[in-house]
Write a protein that binds this ligand. Structure first.
Ligand code: PMP
Ligand code: GLU
Length: 431
């Protein structure tokens, strides 16, 4: 029977494995259960708690039991629309908003509904390409470089559009900033140039701005400002609101892309029906915001900013190459300086590197290969989230907003991250 079933698995899925982010979490948990110490820099989830007013709203709505419209609770879509107006200067009618069980699912529905090529700059978040493989979609991958800060340059996009795209087909360009896995972003002039090229070539942009509110200086700018007619803005409450496990994502469409939104709603109505009702009710309070949520965001950002900077300096001082982060909680690190001693130990791919590092030190990071990089490139993603965000937030709240966090803040409140980095450094230095 097993063989019979094996042969009947959809060939698009046969060669895929469980998503790297979830697999590393399973592996870390197994090791911890077996009594090992693991420095969990694998799965990228917010270290911070869901803000109290949002948790209280969830308790208040726990009894709500009815199915909701497939597009999402009207009140929530109104709150998302207002949030975008205030935070991003974007005017989106609530009818143009779709709520889904995580932006990941909405991204999948988009790929299913949209007929055309997916243009993905690499490194990129782990799931864009596997989703395309499942559907059997054509992918145009564009490798970026360390020197370009792992960003898609307007010049490169122009080249792709001029020389590499089949203009009989439509194309969907995925942008993600602040970026996973690199923690970097685009400047306003870069966004303006990318918008201009997209307009010229009629590209649809899926702008994954799920880390937008975690720009370390609170200075995120959406490309929807410059290309309103062709940008779908993807976000949700998983990152800025610490609610990854609540599973709620948002898509904002331009009016011209209504047929796409409708097609996605059709698929959603035949698959998950609607997002959990109490979660949608609670999310209304997240998007309506207020003083407490603003204070929460301010402190999340300043903790991530000093921690990211400190790790950047430590790793750079030890010949691990990376750029200073500007948002989110990721660093994309390059071990090429250690290529020779690594090769002497039989480590020639990013996957070997991460496996050996985990085995020998308990430091869990994800290989560059999981983010679309060539297997032999010695890169990896480090998610600096292995600390008690609740305690760190309480401590940061004691420091006046105009004062910097004290020099020993990270050692005191983000200690597992600092210790994990020390283990990583000791390992490379002993190679
Ligand atoms: N995009 C990026 C870049 C991500 O890192 C993630 C991971 N949470 C997602 C989308 C999906 O997020 P969610 O499904 O939790 O909204
Ligand atoms: N987005 C997170 C990450 O990149 C984890 C959640 C997920 O992949 O769905 O690690």
């Amino acid at each position: 029977m097993r063989k019979f079933i094996q042969e009947r698995i959809n060939p698009n899925i046969k060669h895929l494995q469980k998503s790297a982010t979830l697999a590393i979490n399973d592996r870390s948990r197994e090791l911890i259960n077996a009594g090992k110490t693991v420095w969990k820099f694998g799965l990228g989830q917010s270290p911070f708690p869901v803000p109290t007013p949002v948790v209280e709203a969830l308790k208040l709505h726990a009894h709500e039991k009815d199915y909701l419209p497939v597009e999402g609770l009207r009140e929530l879509r109104e709150a998302v629309s207002e949030f975008c107006r205030v935070k991003e200067g974007i005017h989106a009618h609530p009818d143009n908003i779709l709520i889904g069980p995580g932006s990941k699912e909405l991204l999948f529905l988009l790929q299913l509904a949209f007929q055309g090529t997916l243009i993905v700059p690499s490194p990129c978040w782990v799931s864009y390409m596997p989703q395309a493989h499942i559907i059997g979609k054509k992918i145009q991958i564009s490798h970026t470089h360390f020197e370009e800060k792992w960003r898609l340059s307007p010049a490169r996009l122009q080249q792709i559009c001029e020389q590499e795209l089949n203009h009989d087909n439509a194309s969907l360009l995925v942008l993600n900033y602040p970026g996973n896995p690199d923690g970097d972003t685009y400047s306003v002039p870069e966004l303006q140039q990318i918008a201009e090229i997209a307009r010229q070539y009629n590209l649809v942009i899926l702008s994954d701005e799920i880390y937008g509110q975690l720009h370390h200086k609170g200075e995120h700018v959406s490309i929807a400002r410059f290309y309103p007619e062709g940008t779908i803005l993807s976000s949700g409450i998983s990152k800025w609101c610490g609610a990854g496990g609540w599973r709620l994502g948002t898509f904002i469409f331009p009016p011209d892309l209504k047929p796409l939104r409708q097609a996605m709603a059709v698929i959603a109505s035949e698959t998950y029906t609607s997002v959990s009702t109490p979660i949608q009710c609670a999310a209304v309070s997240a998007f309506r915001g207020g003083m407490e949520i603003e204070r929460y965001l301010f402190n999340c950002r300043r903790i991530l900013a000093i921690l990211g900077r400190e790790i950047y300096h430590t790793l750079t001082a030890n010949q691990i190459k990376l750029h200073p982060p500007t948002g989110a909680f990721y660093l994309f690190i390059d071990f090429s300086h250690y290529a020779e001693p690594l090769a002497e130990q039989g480590i020639t791919t990013s996957t070997d590197l991460c496996d050996r590092l985990l085995q020998e030190t308990g430091v869990a990071i994800l290989p560059g290969a999981a983010f679309g990089r060539p297997p032999e490139e010695l890169t990896a993603r480090l998610a600096y989230v292995n600390f008690d965000g609740n305690e760190a937030l309480l401590a940061a709240e004691q420091v006046a907003p105009y004062d910097p966090l004290p020099g020993d803040f990270t050692r005191q409140w983000c200690a597992p991250v600092i210790t994990g980095i020390e283990h990583l450094i000791a390992w490379v230095n002993a190679l």
